[in-house]
Design a protein around this ligand. Structure first.
Ligand code: COA
Length: 152
């Protein structure tokens, strides 16, 4: 099983959009992903498993903060450690880009993602009430305060 990370591009966009539709209640548009292709303050990666696109991750780099905005793994390939590898890739690249901390929002009902983030060292710090317009769900705000000291 060979896992690789490559920049989001026209080559993997169709597969990424498909994974997004299968994973997100309010999927990002094609244009939203295209905006990330050559983002100077962002990281956008597709996950390849033995050459097949099976996931993606996007993070914005804001001053000294990595903000993970969207990640997903294809439902057929979950629980294989790929989400963990993807997050580590995003965090390592962010740190190499000078970021000192990382944050994200996650749906209150999304236990799988919360457990993944906690395993990586993120802490739940706040609740944003009715943050998601599609179903009025709360967002849990999570932080990894010390990215420099984080054990990748
Ligand atoms: C969240 C997501 C990316 C996890 O990807 P994954 O490849 O299945 O995760 P991994 O196999 O790397 O799991 C890593 C850890 O996350 C936690 N985890 C992941 N899925 C879990 C589940 N269904 N139930 C419980 N814990 C889970 C576990 O702690 C797991 O470690 P373990 O396998 O040693 O128990 C994937 O479920 C997904 O794409 N979900 C839909 C999109 C989404 O929710 N994105 C996040 C938005 S904030």
């Amino acid at each position: 099983m060979v896992v690789r990370f490559v920049p989001l591009s026209d080559q993997n966009l169709a597969a990424v959009l498909q994974i997004e539709k299968l994973s997100n209640l309010s999927p990002w548009s094609e244009q939203s992903f295209r905006n990330e292709f050559n983002h100077t303050h962002g990281i956008a990666r597709a996950v390849l498993l033995d050459g097949e696109v099976v996931g993606f991750g996007v993070a914005w780099l804001l001053v000294d903060e990595c903000h993970v905005t969207n990640i997903a793994i294809h439902p057929d390939h979950r629980r294989k450690g790929l989400g963990d590898k993807l997050m580590r890739e995003l965090l390592v690249l962010s740190r190499e880009g000078g970021m000192t901390c990382a944050t994200l929002e996650v749906r209150a009902s999304n236990e799988a993602a919360q457990l993944l983030y906690e395993k990586l060292g993120f802490k739940k710090t706040a609740l944003r009430k009715r943050y998601y317009p599609d179903n009025q769900e709360d967002a849990v705000v999570m932080w990894l305060y010390d990215l420099r000291g984080w054990d990748s």
